[in-house]
Design a protein around this ligand. Structure first.
Ligand SMILES: [Zn+2]
Length: 148
C-alpha cells in the first residue's frame, strides 16, 4: 500500500470519533500490506494509566499478538501527532512509518517536541507523514484547531 492512505485515515477518524466523549482520545491503527492488523485508542482516563496512549496501546496489542517486539514492515496511523513517549515506542518497535492526522501539540500544552526531532536520533529510518486529513480529524469532538 502507498502511504498516506485516505481510506485508512477516514476509517481511523470514524473509529476514534465514536469512542470519544469529553476527553481527548487518540486512535491508532497498525497497517501491514493493505490490511489493518491492530486497532486501539488511548485509555488513559479509563485505566488511570498515564502511558496508555493510543499508539502505545496498539503497539502492545500487536506485539503481543505477533509474539514479537519488532514491528518492521508495518505502518502506524494516528489521529494526532505522536508525543515524545509514543514516538520513542515507535522507534523501539521499528515500525516503517507514521501517518498522523492533526498536529495537536497545542492541545497537550507540554512536551512540545516534534516527532522528527526524536526520529532523527533513531537507528532505523522511520518515515513521518502529516498533518494528513487534519480538517477531518477536527470532527472528533475534543480536537480543536490551533488559534492563529
Ligand atoms: Zn503519546
Amino acid at each position: 500500500m502507498k502511504h498516506p492512505n485516505e481510506k485508512i485515515m477516514l476509517e481511523l477518524i470514524k473509529y476514534t470519533r465514536i469512542r470519544t466523549k469529553n476527553k481527548i482520545r487518540v486512535g491508532a491503527f497498525i497497517i501491514k500490506g493493505n490490511k489493518i492488523v491492530a486497532k486501539a485508542i488511548s485509555t488513559v482516563f479509563i485505566s488511570e494509566d498515564p502511558t496508555a496512549h493510543g499508539e502505545i496501546n496498539v503497539i502492545k496489542k500487536l506485539a503481543k499478538k505477533n509474539k514479537s517486539r519488532n514491528l518492521k514492515g508495518h505502518w502506524i496511523y494516528t489521529t494526532m501527532i505522536p508525543c515524545p513517549m509514543c514516538t520513542s515506542a515507535i522507534a523501539w518497535s521499528e515500525l516503517d512509518g507514521i501517518v498522523y492526522g492533526l498536529d495537536g501539540r497545542h492541545l497537550l500544552q507540554q512536551l512540545d517536541l516534534h516527532p522528527k526531532e526524536i526520529l532523527k536520533t533513531s537507528k532505523k529510518e522511520i518515515k513521518l507523514i502529516g498533518p494528513f486529513l487534519d480538517d477531518e480529524c477536527l470532527t472528533i469532538n475534543t480536537y480543536k484547531k490551533k488559534n492563529k
